[in-house]
Design a protein around this ligand. Structure first.
Ligand code: DON
Length: 564
């Protein structure tokens, strides 16, 4: 059977439906597009575009809004990354990853015998990294935004102050956190209304303390968070809860502009996040391997396709574990080598299409999985594009926050390698590049990415999902560039995940045929099912029709693309 030419089918559909109000997984628009995990936040971003804001303004406004509407991952208490391409095709990135506090040490999660204390790096106030989000959004806006700062922050203040419609995902979270009353007072209170009742779906949910915190940011920029009243309250909270973040940590935090990781794939340009994210390096490494494969003979979702993809993942994740960490602490990471076509050629020779390789359990991989991050993509009519992923690490982060400030702190310190020198076959890593050190940024898998065509943004994409992020972004990019799928199909299509260790392929349960599963097992792969992977938010631009096409992952029912 020939490979389906999704693009041709898609073009026909597009011509038929353009201009009509569609009940379609894709949204079309002429002047710009915002896609995020919450449709009302996407609307906030689209309104900013309508006011004359650019893609950066829209992304910043949407990110602040998600801190109100999507607090499991949208945040001001966490950190993340922006990849930005301007209308002239110039690209840059903003790193606002959290940092280890000044008092952090590489044995802070071990007991006196050197044993890792169970869960401490993810569950206590010691799991909280110095937040980067406000500094990152501020830097991006100062350098590349068009509207004034107060205009882009105000919609989030309004949503927190006046409320927005409580949705089903929030209600489910509220049920979870209130069922064990007393175990976590902050989260137990978090979703209650003024009468002390858990907010019901369809009711307006207001967050007055968060509105006050956001208003200080609106009025004072980054200093409204890292200095003054908010900084003092954060430091007081840490002291009371045995955390180690101080006012000095907050005052010293800086977001950093960095060069993107660049690659190519059959005439397309790839721009993604450099370290402290591992996403860009791994994505380019895997796309280089894919470029060497003969896709004329490898059909989508065949055992050959999935085997090849899994073997590429295995190799990229091994390199990730061995080499990558904060670039300010690891000055000699072999980034040029890992992303080179020559290296890919050598690597490709080692892939046996008949047989799974073996991940050596004395080497690398990762154990700790996060559960909540969120991605947003924006494009404007001038041709600027923003790919922004930010996170609290777990869903609702550390599940800790100050009543007076109304936002939740991350538990990102859990992304450091917790036990120096101890690497286990179950995936716990102990390599040096990502050990805890004061002021170091923990290694991330977030992979905000922009694919360019002829120097203009063509696809803007990213996802949550811990280590699976790299692989869901990789497969979505491959689906669009190689299998010519429209963005919604590329997002919804089967995703698999291999991270070297544990040595297994995780697959989306209802999307992999049993026959293919057996064929993969016959090649020596171990398979493990999972219901869903990632929550991709993407935009493509069709230069011929001059139309933006936005699509959000159906796995996130409150997400949405809003065009203008
Ligand atoms: O930066 C990272 O790689 C992780 N903290 C991301 C966590 C995550 O994506 C959880 N999401 N579903």
């Amino acid at each position: 059977m020939p490979i389906l030419k999704w693009k041709n089918i898609h073009r026909t559909i597009l011509l038929v439906f353009l201009g009509a109000a569609l009940l379609n997984a894709q949204t079309y628009s002429k002047n710009g597009m915002v896609v995020s995990s919450d449709k009302s936040s996407s609307q906030v971003g689209a309104n900013i575009l309508k006011k004359g804001g650019n893609a950066i303004d829209a992304a910043v406004a949407t990110a602040f809004s998600l801190a109100v509407t999507h607090p499991s991952a949208g945040n001001i208490g966490g950190g993340g990354f922006i990849v930005f391409m301007n209308s002239e095709g110039k690209t840059t990135t903003i790193d606002f990853r959290e940092k280890a506090p000044l008092a952090a040490t590489n044995d802070m999660y071990l007991d006196s015998t050197g044993t890792l204390i169970d869960g401490i790096n993810h569950k206590s106030a010691l799991s909280i990294g110095v937040p980067g989000t406000v500094a990152g959004l501020y830097l991006a806006h100062q350098k590349y935004g068009k509207l004034d700062w107060a205009t882009v922050v105000q919609p989030a203040v309004d949503q927190a102050q006046n409320g927005f419609v409580f949705n089903w995902s929030l209600y489910r979270a509220a049920q979870y956190f209130t069922k064990n009353e007393g175990t976590n007072a902050f989260m137990d209170e978090y979703f209650r209304n003024e009468e002390g009742e858990v907010t019901e779906p369809g009711e307006l949910w207001t967050q007055p303390e968060l509105a006050t915190t956001l208003a200080l940011i609106r009025d004072n920029g980054r200093d409204g968070f890292y200095k003054g009243k908010t900084a003092k309250k954060i430091a007081d909270f840490m002291k009371k809860n045995e955390g180690i973040i101080t006012k000095k940590d907050l005052a010293k935090y800086e977001a950093i502009e960095r060069e993107p990781i660049k690659g190519t794939y059959k005439g397309y340009e790839i721009y993604s996040m450099p370290p402290p994210s591992s996403g860009g390096v791994a994505l380019v490494e895997m796309m280089n391997l894919m470029e060497l494969a003969d896709f004329k003979t490898i059909e989508f979702n065949s055992a050959e396709h999935l085997h090849l993809v899994a073997e590429a993942m295995r190799r990229a994740f091994a390199d990730r574990a061995e080499h990558l960490g904060d670039p300010d602490f690891n000055l000699n990471m072999p980034l040029a080598k890992l992303t080179s076509k020559t290296f890919a050629k050598e690597r490709f020779k080692g892939i046996d299409m008949g047989k799974a390789s073996v991940s050596d359990s004395t080497q690398f991989g990762r154990l700790y999985d996060g559960e909540s991050t969120t991605h947003l993509s924006t494009m404007d009519k001038e041709g600027n594009a923003v790919s922004l992923t930010y996170t609290l690490e777990y869903s609702y982060g550390s599940q800790m926050g100050s009543d007076e400030l109304g936002f939740i702190f991350n538990n990102e310190m859990g992304d450091f390698n917790p036990q120096p020198g101890i690497t286990k076959s179950n995936g716990q890593i102990g390599t040096a590049p990502n050990l805890v050190a004061p002021e170091k940024r923990m290694l991330s898998s977030m992979t905000p990415t922009i694919i360019g065509k002829d120097g203009k943004p063509f696809l803007v994409i990213g996802s949550p999902g811990g280590r699976t992020i790299i692989n869901t972004v990789f497969q979505t990019v491959l689906n669009v560039l190689e299998f010519e799928m429209p963005v919604d199909k590329a997002i919804e299509a089967l995703k698999i995940h291999h991270q070297w260790l544990p040595d297994q392929i995780v697959y989306e349960k209802l999307l992999l045929s049993p026959d293919t599963r057996k064929a993969l097992e016959a090649k020596g792969h171990i398979l493990k099912e999972r219901f869903n992977m990632g929550a991709l938010m993407g935009i493509t631009y069709d230069p011929e029709k001059q139309v933006f096409i936005g699509a959000s992952d159906s796995g996130q029912p409150d997400s949405g693309a809003v065009g203008y």
